[in-house]
Write a protein that binds this ligand. Structure first.
Ligand code: NDP
Length: 248
C-alpha cells in the first residue's frame, strides 16, 4: 500500500486546501514525490512540511492558475525539478453560483479561465513529456455539476460539463501514447469551496442543503484519486462519480 506510487512524480493544483491538500498527502503516503500549486504560499508551506515528513520531497509552486502562462510554468518547473511529471491532478477551481440574470460576468469569466482554460493549459504543457516517455496520467476534477445542471449553477456547470467533455476528447487523443485520463465527479464535499459564493441567498440555501447530509470529506476523494493513479498501466479508470450517500 505504502509503496504503490514509489518513483512516481505528481503535481497537484489547488493543493492549499480541501480536496487538493488531502490528495497531495494521500499520494505522498503511497510513496509519490509531490509538487503542490496554488496562490496561498503560507498554506502551501505548511503542507510542504507535512509532505516532507512523509518523504515526498515537496516542491512549492505559487501560481495563479487562471493565468495560462502560470498554469504551463508550474508543469515545466515540476519537470525541471524532478526530471519528469507522471501524474497531473488538475484540481484547482472555484464555484461562483448566482442566477444568470444577476451574474457578475467578471467573476464568471475568472471561473471559466481557472476551471477550464487553466486546466487545459496545464494539461497541454504536460503532454509533450508524457507522450515522449509513453507514460503519464492526467486526473481532472469535475463535479456532479458536470453531470446535472441546476439553477444558479449555470456557469459553474458549464465549466464542469466542459471538463468532462475535454477529458473524454483528450483521452481519445492520447490513449495510444499510453497516457491515461481520468475525470472525477464529486458530490458535496465539506471544504472552503462554498465560502466564495457571492450571492447570499444561493450560499445560504446550499449551505443548509449540505448541512442536512453527511457530506463527503476531502480524504474520501483523495483516496479515489490515489486508487485511479495506482492501477497497473493497462487500466484506465475513465470516470468516477462519487456522491454522499445522503445526496439525491
Ligand atoms: P477549496 O476551496 O478548498 O480548494 C480550491 C483550491 O483551488 C484551493 O487550493 C485554492 O487555492 C485553489 N485555487 C483557487 N483559485 C486559484 C487560482 N486562481 N490559482 C491557483 N489556485 C487556485 O475547494 P475544494 O477542495 O472543494 O475544490 C477543489 C476542486 O473540487 C474544485 O475544482 C471544485 O470545483 C471541485 N469540487 C468540489 C466539490 C465540493 O463540494 N467541495 C464538489 C465537486 C467538485 P488558493 O486560494 O490558495 O489559490
Amino acid at each position: 500500500m505504502q509503496n504503490r506510487l514509489k518513483d512516481r512524480i505528481a503535481l497537484v493544483t489547488g493543493a492549499s486546501s480541501g480536496i487538493g491538500e488531502a490528495t497531495a498527502l494521500e499520494l505522498a503516503r503511497q510513496g509519490a514525490r509531490v509538487a503542490i500549486a496554488a496562490r496561498r504560499r503560507d498554506r502551501l508551506d505548511a503542507l510542504a512540511k507535512e509532505l516532507a515528513a512523509l518523504g515526498a520531497e515537496p516542491l512549492v509552486l505559487v501560481a495563479d492558475l487562471a493565468d495560462e502562462a502560470d498554469a504551463q510554468r508550474i508543469v515545466h518547473e515540476t519537470e525541471r525539478h524532478y526530471g519528469r511529471l507522471d501524474i497531473l491532478v488538475n484540481n484547482a477551481g472555484v464555484m461562483y453560483l448566482e442566477p444568470v440574470a444577476e451574474a457578475d460576468l467578471v467573476r464568471w469569466r475568472h471561473m471559466l479561465e481557472l476551471n477550464v482554460l487553466g486546466l487545459i493549459a496545464a494539461t497541454q504543457a504536460a503532454l509533450a513529456g508524457m507522450r515522449a516517455r509513453r507514460d503519464g496520467h492526467i486526473v481532472n476534477i469535475s463535479s456532479t455539476a458536470g453531470r446535472v445542471a441546476n439553477p444558479n449553477a449555470a456557469a459553474y456547470s458549464a465549466t464542469k460539463f466542459g471538463v468532462v467533455a475535454f477529458s473524454e476528447a483528450l483521452r481519445r487523443e492520447v490513449y495510444k501514447d499510453n497516457v491515461r485520463v481520468s475525470v472525477i465527479e464529486p458530490g458535496v464535499v465539506e471544504t472552503e469551496l462554498r465560502e466564495h459564493i457571492g450571492h447570499a441567498a444561493t450560499k445560504d440555501a446550499l449551505n443548509a442543503w449540505a448541512d442536512s447530509m453527511r457530506q463527503l470529506q476531502s480524504q474520501d476523494i483523495a483516496e479515489v484519486i490515489a486508487f485511479c493513479v495506482s492501477r497497473p498501466s493497462h487500466v484506465n479508470i475513465n470516470e468516477v462519480l462519487v456522491r454522499p450517500t445522503d445526496q439525491e
